[in-house]
Design a protein around this ligand. Structure first.
Ligand SMILES: Cc1ncc(COP(=O)(O)O)c(C=O)c1O
Length: 366
């Protein structure tokens, strides 16, 4: 749907100028590739119209969507004179893995508070890389939520009392700067789409599908609206419907609009298309459809997704394509690959069970 009643679109150069005002930590490799996925596209009846934006190739510590966000967040931390970063998540947090590596590169101490509440191994995947990169890892049993956030804040206070200069990555500032980072991703993607020699042939896709709880969806919405690109952004939440994901995204877009001197009305709550229909048993619980989507993308495009975020987002894309509702008017569709594939190693039992169900015997003695 194109908007005729909104503010005049911003020239890309003007948005780039506003974005350049934010301090950066100099992390990552950008632009990330925008590429066609023609084999999967053919299987899904989309032909050449399926593309992927490869944030998993953002260049730091196996990549992912947080590299772009950390570039700004740690730029902010450095500008404020921090010497220690405090953050956390689930034991298999992708964010913390990228943060651990970023801190190592920037000479910052990294203190993580990781929750054991999600039935994830503590000797594999992301947490193994946190330890390898030198992060100090504290664990607690509480799930993510107010008690966990309070524990993070107490740790930051303790470090301050010890004479450190901690920077606590926490809502809403992390979400706001993360959204600014993804407004920049929208600008970057639009330039790739507008290139007649590029993967879209110079056409602008109508739909982007992504796993999302916040910044990625908010930033793509804000950036595309600011530039006058009528992009629909379909967010597939990795959390149950009890979490106010759409409200979080709308609030993040509003706060980021203010930082970028854009009208706060650019993204309304009603513009946020967020679905919790593919979460299955809950956060970080693999679903049969998500595991099948991981297998399908690995075997059609040679690209690895993950069971917590991108596998479920791809399961949603596949279900909509098979129902004929994804892009019924022949539009191009972009799947945002937000990374997370390091977590594959932490989910080996579920992945192997899916492979055995599909293939039978896996390893054959010669
Ligand atoms: C692989 C992956 N995809 C998506 C997300 C969600 O990102 P956002 O908070 O920008 O919505 C995360 C992290 O939370 C992630 O690790």
């Amino acid at each position: 749907m194109s908007r005729t009643d909104g503010p005049a679109p911003l020239a890309p150069g003007e948005l780039a100028r506003r974005l350049a005002a934010f301090p950066r930590a100099g992390l990552g490799t950008f632009p990330t590739p925008l590429e066609r996925w023609p084999r999967l596209g053919a299987q899904l009846g989309l032909g050449e119209r399926l593309l992927a934006k490869r944030e998993d190739l953002s260049g730091l510590a196996f990549g992912g969507n947080k590299v772009r966000q950390l570039d700004l967040l740690l730029g902010d931390a450095l500008a404020r004179g921090a010497d220690t970063i405090v953050h956390g998540g689930a034991l298999q947090s992708n964010y913390c893995r990228m943060l651990s590596a970023a801190c190592a590169r920037l000479g910052l101490a990294c203190q993580l508070v990781l929750s054991r509440a999600y039935d994830q191994p503590d000797d594999q995947g992301n947490v193994l890389l946190d330890l390898l990169a030198g992060a100090t890892v504290h664990t607690l049993e509480e799930p993510l939520g107010p008690a966990y956030e309070a524990a993070k804040a107490r740790l930051a206070e303790r470090l301050r009392a010890q004479g450190r200069r901690p920077y606590l990555i926490t809502y809403p500032r992390s979400e706001t700067l993360g959204t600014v980072a993804f407004a920049e991703a929208a600008l970057e993607t639009l330039a790739q789409c507008d290139d007649p020699a590029g993967p879209t042939g110079g056409r602008r896709p109508a739909l982007l599908v992504t796993a999302a709880v916040g910044s990625a969806q908010a930033g793509y919405l804000l950036g595309s609206r600011a530039l006058g690109w009528p992009l629909r952004v379909r967010g597939i939440a990795p959390l149950g419907a009890e979490y106010p994901v759409a409200e979080t995204i709308a609030a993040a877009a509003r706060a980021a609009a203010e930082l970028l001197d854009l009208p706060s009305s650019l993204v309304a709550r009603g513009d946020v298309d967020s679905s919790a229909a593919h979460v299955g048993g809950g956060y970080a619980v693999p679903t049969p459809e998500g595991l099948a989507a991981i297998r399908r993308v690995a075997r059609s495009e040679g690209v690895f997704l993950d069971p917590v975020y991108t596998g479920k987002a791809m399961a949603a894309l596949i279900a909509d394509a098979e129902a004929g509702t994804l892009a019924p008017d022949g539009e191009q569709v972009v799947f945002l690959h937000t990374g997370g594939n390091v977590a594959l190693f932490a989910y080996a039992p579920a992945l192997l069970a899916d492979l055995r169900a599909a293939d039978g015997e896996l390893l054959r003695a010669l």
